[in-house]
Structure formats: structure tokens, C-alpha cells
Write a protein that binds this ligand. Structure first.
Ligand SMILES: NC(=O)c1ccc[n+]([C@@H]2O[C@H](COP(=O)([O-])OP(=O)(O)OC[C@H]3O[C@@H](n4cnc5c(N)ncnc54)[C@H](OP(=O)(O)O)[C@@H]3O)[C@@H](O)[C@H]2O)c1
Length: 321
């Protein structure tokens, strides 16, 4: 089968399109997918560069790609929810050798959901990692409810543009930050206010937000803490590392002594029920993934270059089959 493969860490020129062996039959709880589309997430180019080599060491040759939309090609033992031919979307199996930048990929049944009919394969492949991160960050970590105020830092990107829509759907009052060219886009998603992050620092305001979601992962709890509501404001970041862990630990401990502000971090969980929840929001017309550009697999290097350069509104999709 055709795949985009890397043989070593490095720049986007490491990505090579070539024929590789197909994955074998799916194991228990696994599904083999005929991949129609994938999308580019920062984790893909961070893995390619080797930035995550200590937490996720690669075995070369490596096929990158986490998000997938396609058709069920074969089902393994114990799979009950899908049949061959079903259109599905979700995440590839991280324990399987290959990612979604390939014509066939293995996924766990528990990390897939039926594809929303309203979406193309490219749009469906834009949802899993970014949509689950946004949903779980706001609902589970931020405990966001109707009437609350929320800042989404990095509101035009993959995670951020879905977070704005989800927060708006919840009934929260949303402020989004982005670079100047994307301010109108952020407003169009349901943000009542959009701040140009080069012009103004949201954390420098006197406002007291209920939730600050640092989707861009570039503002610390210490930056944001003065702008959180004293009455239980919650900061959530996509940055996973010792600093986020310690901030979470310390604010948790301080909570025992009466402090109500909290720092939390999100690690996306590939849950089928949350994918189905996102699919329902899409079917109801309340959330829609925005595709900045679709690249064929043969131009995967350009797709990575664009993702790393920034300025993307929504997601970069990759057409595979
Ligand atoms: N922990 C997890 O489970 C998890 C899951 C998914 C993603 N992530 C991480 O979350 C981050 C965002 O992911 P993504 O898919 O949304 O990436 P993305 O599509 O590249 O979006 C990044 C966003 O950050 C904005 N940005 C850049 N510089 C900024 C600044 N100084 N202030 C505010 N915003 C700024 C960008 O806006 P402009 O392009 O307009 O500059 C863009 O909106 C990445 O670091 C990714 O690795 C973590």
C-alpha cells in the first residue's frame, strides 16, 4: 500500500511516499480501515522533528498521522459496533505500527464512531484529536456551564476553533485570541469578542474569567491566575509537562486550604462516546470543522510545512484514498 513514511527524525523532507506492506488482520477489538482522509496535528510534526522522542520514541520506518476517516475494511474478533463498509472516523491505534498517512490503518473499535453524514471524509478527519481535546478540556477539565465566561487562547487553530463553537453551544460567553487576520473568523465561530494577541494581552486585563482554556499551550497558569475568577476560576492548558503537572498539584493542594482557583491540563482521551457526541453536534448544525486546505497525500510535506508555519484557520486535511 502507499504511505507517507519517515526513516529518521528531521524536517518535512524526511516524509517520503512509497509502497510498504499492508497491516495484517485486525486483532481483538481492532478494525482495519481503508483510509480516505487524515488531518495534520502538531503532534505529527513534533513527532517527525523528534521533539517527543523521550516520551514517544519512534520505531522507523514510521507512518505518522493520528486522525482518520474512512471505511471499515475488516473487523477483528470481539468487534460488535461496526461492519465492513461502514464509514467511520476517529483515531488510529497508537499501539499499532502505522498511522493514518497510509491507505490502510488499524484502529481500536473504542476509538471510532460512525461518521456524521453531513461531513466529507476530509471534514470528519479534522475532528477527532482537535474536537476531543476541545470538548474534554472545556467540559471535563474546565467544567464550563451556561452563562460562564471563557477565554480560548489560540481560537483560530485546530483545537481553538472547535473550542469556540463548543463553548458557544454550551451557552458560555466566549472571548477568543488570534492573530489579526483571523479575528473575523474567530467571531464567526461564536466568540462575542476576539482579541489580537499581538495587540493586547488578555491576561493583562482586570477581567475575572470563569475558565481560561490555553489551547495554544503558550500561557502559563502564573500568567493567567490574576485573570481567573476568585470564585473557582479554572485554567486548562494543552501543554503537557512538568510545569503543568506541578501547577495542577499545587492548586489542588491549595484547594484543601480554601483556594478556589485551579490549574489543570488536558491529555486527549480517544473515547468513542465523545466522538459520537461531537458527531451529534455536527448533525445538529452546532459545530463544524473548518478546513483551511486539503492536500493530497503526495503533497504531505507542504501540509506539514503549512502546519508548522501557522496562520491556519481551522484544520489542514489530507486526502488519502
Ligand atoms: N494535550 C493534548 O492532548 C493535546 C491535544 C491536541 C493538541 N495539543 C497541543 O495544543 C496546541 C494547539 O494545537 P492545535 O491543533 O490547535 O494547533 P494549531 O492548529 O497549530 O493552532 C495553534 C493556534 O495557536 C495560535 N497562536 C500562535 N501563537 C500564539 C500566541 N502567541 N498567542 C495566542 N495564540 C497563538 C495560532 O494562531 P495563529 O496561527 O493565527 O498565529 C493558532 O490559532 C499544540 O501545541 C498541540 O500540540 C495538545
Amino acid at each position: 500500500m502507499k504511505a507517507a513514511v519517515i526513516d529518521a527524525y528531521g524536517g518535512s523532507d524526511r516524509l517520503q511516499i512509497r509502497e510498504i506492506p499492508e497491516p495484517g488482520e485486525p486483532g481483538p477489538g481492532q478494525v482495519r480501515l481503508r483510509v480516505r482522509a487524515a488531518s495534520v496535528n502538531p503532534i505529527d510534526w513534533k513527532m517527525r522533528r523528534g521533539s517527543l522522542r523521550f516520551v514517544m520514541p519512534a520505531k522507523f520506518p514510521l507512518v505518522l498521522g493520528h486522525d482518520v476517516a474512512g471505511e471499515v475494511d475488516a473487523i477483528g474478533p470481539e468487534v460488535t459496533r461496526f461492519e465492513v463498509g461502514d464509514p467511520v472516523f476517529g483515531l488510529v491505534d497508537p499501539r499499532a505500527p502505522g498511522g493514518s498517512y497510509a491507505e490502510l490503518a488499524l484502529a481500536r473499535e473504542s476509538a471510532l464512531a460512525p461518521m456524521p453524514q453531513a461531513l466529507s471524509f476530509e471534514e470528519a478527519a479534522a475532528l477527532p484529536v482537535a474536537g476531543l481535546t476541545a470538548l474534554q478540556a472545556l467540559r471535563d477539565k474546565g467544567e464550563l456551564v451556561a452563562g460562564e465566561t471563557v477565554v480560548i487562547n489560540g481560537a483560530s487553530g485546530g483545537v481553538g476553533h472547535l473550542a469556540v463553537q463548543i463553548a458557544h453551544t454550551v451557552g458560555a460567553r466566549v472571548t477568543g485570541t488570534s492573530s489579526r487576520p483571523s479575528l473575523d473568523f474567530v467571531r464567526s465561530l461564536g466568540a462575542g469578542e476576539a482579541i489580537d494577541y499581538e495587540e493586547e494581552d488578555f491576561a493583562g486585563r482586570d477581567d475575572a474569567w470563569d475558565v481560561i482554556f490555553d489551547a495554544a499551550g503558550n500561557r502559563t497558569y502564573q500568567d493567567c491566575e490574576p485573570s481567573l475568577s476568585r470564585d473557582g476560576g479554572i485554567y486548562v492548558t494543552t501543554e503537557v509537562g512538568p510545569r503543568s503537572f506541578l501547577n495542577g498539584l499545587f492548586t489542588g493542594l491549595a484547594g484543601l486550604f480554601g483556594q478556589k482557583r485551579r490549574a489543570r491540563w488536558i491529555t486527549v482521551a480517544p473515547k468513542a462516546e465523545d466522538l459520537a457526541f461531537l458527531a451529534r453536534l455536527v448533525e445538529q448544525g452546532r459545530v463544524r470543522p473548518e478546513i483551511h486546505e486539503v492536500f493530497p497525500l503526495s503533497r504531505i510535506r507542504e501540509a506539514h510545512d503549512l502546519g508548522e508555519r501557522g496562520g491556519v484557520r481551522g484544520k489542514i486535511a489530507v486526502r488519502v484514498g
